[in-house]
Design a protein around this ligand. Structure first.
Ligand SMILES: Cc1cc2nc3c(=O)[nH]c(=O)nc-3n(C[C@H](O)[C@H](O)[C@H](O)COP(=O)(O)OP(=O)(O)OC[C@H]3O[C@@H](n4cnc5c(N)ncnc54)[C@H](O)[C@@H]3O)c2cc1C
Length: 336
């Protein structure tokens, strides 16, 4: 039996035991899982945590734990870890969780979250900005404004980090990540580093075609010469527009569904009578009906079920099947 199957077995026991006995016991078995992993590879510098809650890392504030959470110190640490991780261990990367539902049963295998070692931001000659994948988009827009570099203000309104912007081709106000990216760096499941030109990213609407196993670590953006005060005014306008049209102070995941070609998802949802629709403590936002909200105490299942209900009502009403923009990860129940 491969080692990972044995770990999974241990997790199965843990999940069963967890329903009948104390959380301490589950934690102990989770720690054994991490111990097995540590024993199987050269030492890494980043932290490896067992059964770590992911809800705190998402905007919705829902969802189960990561079986193993890895917080790499830097690119070299991440590459070493991936190169030595058994092939059959599933790996999932998360950013700032602003486009994410983590299901209630948690995420099997390893979840990777990039931190301080991926947070460098450098203004380079030729109106360029180099940013680590953990840098919040808003910081890129701010650095560009301070350096009088135009063309990156759209990042002001996107509450994720650069890794998520690359994967989602995040965009707003007529510009997308693909309009500004020079190149991105990423590490594959075997720990190999790759550099992708803008063209090689195979960007389309809220999508990047680079293989799913690539974990982006850094990006270079191209702007153009601008005026700091003009850019500042543009950013202020974006902030005001966001505050008046989106429930940005709520527990939400941003736009739930992609806009179908030539149509607006929110209009289809509104026409199907779903504005304000509620399941448990999950609700379709009254303010912007392509946003779902956790009113407090909703489960991931409430939110996902609400999304699926909206999809089927829209299909019945207009014949259009909406496509999820929000990414959903993990298992529905605790038996991972
Ligand atoms: C209030 C609100 C407003 C929003 N407005 C907009 C908007 O105007 N435009 C827009 O495009 N989006 C918007 N979003 C959605 C979201 O902010 C973007 O999709 C953002 O780019 C996600 O980044 P993140 O770091 O939060 O990624 P996460 O939500 O953590 O992850 C999203 C996806 O990216 C992948 N990912 C994350 N980091 C990496 C990495 N380093 N390497 C590879 N893959 C990675 C994850 O695996 C997942 O598939 C909004 C969200 C909210 C809550």
């Amino acid at each position: 039996m491969p080692r990972w199957e044995q770990w999974r077995d241990a997790r199965g026991v843990a999940a069963t035991a967890g329903r009948f006995s104390s959380g301490v016991r589950v934690g102990m078995i989770g720690e054994q899982t991490v111990a097995s992993l540590k024993a199987s590879m050269p030492p890494v510098r980043g932290r490896l945590l067992a059964d770590h809650s992911l809800a705190e890392f998402t905007w919705f504030r829902v969802g189960g734990p990561a079986q193993i959470l890895f917080l790499p110190e830097d690119e070299a640490d991440l590459a070493l870890f991936l190169a030595n991780l058994p092939d059959d261990v599933p790996v999932t990367v998360i950013g700032l969780g602003s486009n994410l539902i983590v299901r209630d049963g948690g995420v099997p295998g390893v979840v990777i979250r990039l931190g301080r070692g991926f947070s460098e931001i450098v203004v380079e000659p030729g109106n360029r900005i180099r940013a680590g994948a953990a840098v919040p988009d808003v910081k890129v827009s701010r650095a560009a404004q301070e350096a009088a570099i135009a063309g990156l203000a759209f990042f002001r309104g996107i509450p994720g980090a650069i890794g998520g912007a690359l994967r989602m081709n995040g965009g707003a106000y007529g510009r997308e990540t693909k309009d500004a990216l020079v190149e991105a760096r990423g590490i594959d499941r075997k720990g190999q580093m790759h550099v992708f030109t803008n063209h090689e990213m195979l960007f389309s609407y809220r999508h990047c075609g680079v293989p799913e196993d690539i974990i982006f670590t850094q990006a270079v953006f191209q702007g153009s010469p601008g005026h700091a005060d003009v850019i500042s005014a543009e950013m202020d306008q974006i902030t005001q527009s966001r505050e008046s049209t989106q429930p940005i102070k709520s527990r939400t995941g941003g736009s739930t569904f992609k806009n179908p070609p030539g149509q607006k998802a929110w209009q289809l949802i509104d026409a199907a009578g779903c504005r304000g629709l509620r399941i448990g403590n999950a609700q379709v936002s009254e303010m912007h009906c392509n946003f779902l909200i956790n009113l407090g105490g909703a489960s991931a299942s409430d939110i996902e079920t609400l999304g699926e209900t909206v999809r089927s009502r829209v299909r019945e009403h207009s014949g259009v099947l909406l496509e999820w923009e929000i990414k959903r990860i993990g298992c529905q129940n605790s038996n991972r």
